[in-house]
Write a protein that binds this ligand. Structure first.
Ligand code: ADP
Length: 264
């Protein structure tokens, strides 16, 4: 009953191997070829586990590059996989906020981690990891430093949500002498406000799991909690939620097939 989930995202590719309740993972940048990145995380994972393709019972691919992986048994949407994975990482969560490289989504789940409702922004980079990367670059910082640089700073108002205009605004603010910390705090707040507006269109969750690479940013997490008036839980493996969910769904497929087989 060994399964694999592969999430080929726009920025990072992730693979999770599940064996019973134990799981291990691999994460690496996607680069220019989603097909190659998906293949590489899979091969690296097999190496790490000391297994061959034939040992894997079922493979589900997800993420924007999911259809490029011809070795996978099935491709499933990120919404379904993220919901399942986040629910596993944060048991009892009824709402999932996922902010990845090029989209952000809010998903309501049932008690089994199945999707009940969702809202997604994948039309522009506003409020996504890419937006934060562009802003970080404009300020000579790495995304991993943003939360620390903004800690305790009063946020400045960022008026533009469009990445191109917001970048110009940031450059103007820097030229006016506004401190980097205040600008970054303002950016974190603007991302949180945008995602909160998206969440509020479909309702308010009780227990919120925050996933995707941007969940590593404490600043965005804090403003989201403030804007939503709810506690936000980030599991240490939250960037792997999509791949983990895919591996869990692959296991469900195998279990269902086994039950059907036994009934015959
Ligand atoms: P995708 O699955 O779409 O490829 P991810 O979920 O991996 O995207 O998220 C990528 C984004 O996560 C990056 O654009 C960046 O903004 C953010 N990110 C990644 N690592 C960190 C970090 N250490 N600290 C803060 N933000 C991070």
């Amino acid at each position: 009953m060994i399964t694999v989930g592969i999430d080929v995202g726009s920025i990072t590719s992730k693979a999770v191997l599940m064996n019973g309740s134990a799981w291990q993972s691999v994460l690496r940048p996607t680069g220019y070829s989603p097909r190659q990145a998906g293949r590489e995380v899979f091969d690296e994972l097999l190496d790490k586990a000391g297994l061959a393709r034939a040992d894997i019972g079922y493979i589900i691919a997800t993420g924007y590059g999911r259809t490029t992986l011809e070795f996978a048994d099935k491709a499933m949407t990120e919404i379904t996989c993220h919901a399942k994975g986040a629910h596993h990482l944060v048991p009892g969560a009824d709402m999932v906020i996922d902010i990845g490289g090029q989209d952000s989504k809010v998903i309501f789940t049932d008690r089994q981690g199945n999707v009940a409702d969702f809202s997604m922004n994948d039309k522009c980079a506003a409020g996504t990891g890419r937006f934060l990367q562009v802003m970080a670059a404009a300020m000579g910082a790495d995304v991993s430093e943003l939360a620390e640089l903004a800690r305790g700073e009063e946020p400045v108002q960022i008026s533009n949500m469009c990445t191109v205009f917001a970048e110009s605004e940031v450059i103007s603010l820097l030229a006016e002498g506004v401190g980097r910390g205040r600008i970054i705090a303002g950016i974190h707040r603007s991302v949180a406000k945008r995602v909160t507006a998206m969440a509020e269109r479909i309702g308010k969750g009780e227990l919120i799991a925050f996933t995707g690479g941007v969940s590593k940013n404490e600043g965005v997490k804090e403003y989201l909690a403030r804007e939503l008036g709810r506690e936000i839980v980030v599991a240490p493996e939250s960037q792997l939620a999509g791949a983990l969910g895919a591996a869990l769904l692959a296991r469900e497929k195998l279990l269902n097939a086994k039950v059907l087989h036994e009934k015959k």
